[in-house]
Design a protein around this ligand. Structure first.
Ligand code: NAI
Length: 324
């Protein structure tokens, strides 16, 4: 296969001074993209500031690539996008990757722990994406990555703030994938698991060694390539493996026996095992499908109830006539 390249493309990678973002920036830089290496250079908990984006820029340039450092916080995302426009005149790719942790059990979590995590992960991604969106629309081209986490998809003890923000990013991507469709803006989500300062005290040492960010970078790079057609996908990757995750919905059940019946707490309880039975669960692609699916089910229920009542009345009449 021909090498997939990014010549002429400008990529912004947030939080690219270390960890996963650094691996993304180095790979894109080595394949011809001009890269804005953004990093506030904060500690793992969001405190402090330093210029460690510089080392990544140097590494890209040493290998013959083109890159510029940006030290703004994603909370001021418009400044990061301005760095791309000011230096390279355009933006084609935005990888929302910057992140911090403020892990605490919910009892001990302060409002500040909640707000800071939401500011960096969710609002940060909003700010950068919003600042780039108009350019993407006008040029009818854009590739956006949101970074979620299994903590968001499945929950994780001590990460209520982080889980909420990370699943929020999936919701953001879902809607932007729809709004961007006719402008060739593809918005996808990566769910990485990799060795970095965020995971050094969480992953067992032997796994930590194996979970190199460089194994995830090609997945993300493919997802921001011009040949990539998917939008709204949630892709989980680690250890040189990738999977897709999506929500499925059970076939559900009517909460009453006949259309004329009332829905009561008891009738809900009676139907519950059918409501939550996931056999034959379906993936619905868009919100219109959710409504259509419900309308179909209601119609089916009403028709079945009508047939049941016609059959009952037939048997009642038959039984009555037979008695005669
Ligand atoms: P990391 O700590 O090595 O990299 C995150 C970078 O973001 C740091 O260099 C930090 O200085 C920068 N940053 C923090 N706040 C910023 C701000 N306000 N503005 C700009 N830059 C800022 O961590 P890692 O693991 O590479 O994380 C990258 C992303 O992947 C994060 O969003 C994280 O939540 C996510 N993630 C990582 C997982 C893993 O296994 N490493 C698992 C699931 C998600």
């Amino acid at each position: 296969m021909d090498q997939l390249r990014f010549d002429g493309r400008v990529a912004v990678v947030t939080g690219a001074g270390g960890g996963l973002g650094k691996a993304y920036a180095l790979l894109l830089g080595s394949r011809g993209a001009k890269v804005v290496v953004n990093d506030l250079g904060s500690g793992r908990d969001g405190s402090g500031k330093s210029n460690f984006a510089d080392a990544v820029v140097k590494e890209i340039k040493d290998k013959g690539g083109v890159a510029v450092a940006d030290y703004n916080s994603v909370v001021e995302g418009e400044k990061i996008i301005k760095t791309a426009i000011d230096n390279f005149g355009r933006i084609d790719i935005l990888i929302n990757n910057a992140g911090i942790l403020r892990d605490k059990s919910f009892t001990k979590m302060s409002e500040q722990d909640w707000d800071l995590i939401h500011a960096v992960h969710l609002k940060g991604a909003f700010k950068t994406t919003h600042a780039a969106w108009e350019t993407f629309r006008k040029q009818k081209y854009g590739r956006i990555i949101m970074t979620s986490s299994n903590a968001g998809l499945f929950g994780n003890f001590g990460q209520a703030n982080y889980s909420a923000a990370k699943l929020g990013l999936v919701g953001l991507a879902n809607t932007l994938a729809l709004e961007g469709a006719k402008y060739n803006i593809k918005v996808n989500t990566i769910v990485p698991t990799a060795a970095s300062r965020l995971t050094e005290d969480i992953l067992p040492p032997e796994m930590f060694q194996a979970m190199k960010p460089e194994l995830i970078a090609p997945v993300v790079a493919y997802m921001v390539h011009e040949s990539f057609e998917d939008s709204g996908a949630v892709i989980d990757s680690t250890l040189g493996f990738a999977t897709k995750t999506h929500l499925v919905r059970s076939n559900g059940a009517p909460l009453k026996k006949k259309p004329s019946d009332e829905v009561t707490i008891e009738s809900v309880k009676e139907s519950w095992s059918k409501v939550v039975n996931m056999n034959g669960a379906k993936h619905l692609q868009k919100i219109a499908d959710v409504t259509l699916d419900l309308v179909d089910k209601l119609q089916e229920f009403e028709e079945r109830s009508k047939l049941d009542s016609e059959r009952d009345s037939y048997w009642t009449t038959y039984a009555y006539n037979a008695k005669d």
